[in-house]
Design a protein around this ligand. Sequence first.
Ligand code: GDD
Ligand code: MG
Length: 331
Amino acid sequence: MKAIILAGGVGERFWPLSTDSLPKQFLKLFGKKSLIRETFERLAYRLKPKDIYVVTNARYINKTKEELPEIPSGNILGEPEKKNTAPACVLGTLCVEDDNEIIFIVPADHYIPDVETFWEKVDRASVFLEKNEGIVTFGIFPTRPETGYGYIEVESKYVKNEKSNVVPVRKFKEKPDFETAKKYLEKGNYFWNSGMFMWKKKYFIDQMKKHSPEVIEPFEGNKNIEEIYKRVPSISIDYALMEKADRIYTIPSNFVWSDVGNWLSLKELKVKSSDSVVALDCENVFVKSTKPVVVIGMKNIVVVESEHGILVSTDEGVQKIREAVKKMKEI
Ligand code: GDD
Ligand code: MG
């Protein structure tokens, strides 16, 4: 098996910690290690570093090498432009020589603390793909009608945490609207898509040629990455392939999982505020700061300080950080 880490994120939602030169995957949100380092170690628990690849923007190659010195430098693939995940999946998959190789696509910036359970599911997926054709996804039990995720529809209602194997997928729907997501949750036969995928090289290439030829065609017979990326459309793998693929399966995955979307995700995961914080008459306040901070009489807020600035926001306001960062750049 070869693993491909997708590390193209910008992570504006983690301002003032994340910036253009330090996107989300490089942040140390859960302790001493960056998210990409934690992702690498989760994979290296069972894989050799030479079997782990990273697809990232060309400008982050050096930083990625610093974070992951064990990986051969030829395995760190640079993209000249940000074209979303479909081209990144193609670039990574084409680097693997053997048509029958199993490829495991993994986002660089997710939180999955339980390595054992994670690998139990990953092993199950790869054993399945040795004998069957298709794409395997990892289904997370949904807890709210989140519109930022893909949904995986299976044949019948399931019982949460029941011991189950690989399940055929009826339909994959990327980022439905709120009303649709609510219906999915009521129906009870939908999982969240975790954003990790497994396929054999040949099946993936064939499916891309069939369902999204415009994404794979620029790569054919051309080794000039600048030219390829000029021509290739910007599209995620979820729209380019997952909504159209012939055979999809899912493994209900009961490990703790978060895609760490914004500062509120840290609250949800019960990450503690920094040490030097005094909160008096406060409720549900999260503070991340290198300096001492005093908060008095506040409720449901987030305070983050870094060398790049200070964020003070209500929980709801956190959704607007992108907008605020854009305005900040105009000042
Ligand atoms: N190399 C590279 N190039 N990586 C990229 C690019 C790119 O242009 N764009 C995004 N990525 C990386 C991100 O860094 C992240 O690790 C991963 O690919 C997923 O991209 P996101 O942009 O975060 O996707 P999303 O969160 O909107 O949606 C995906 O993930 C959800 C779960 O977190 C989808 O797969 C959803 O269906 C899924 O539910
Ligand atoms: Mg994401």
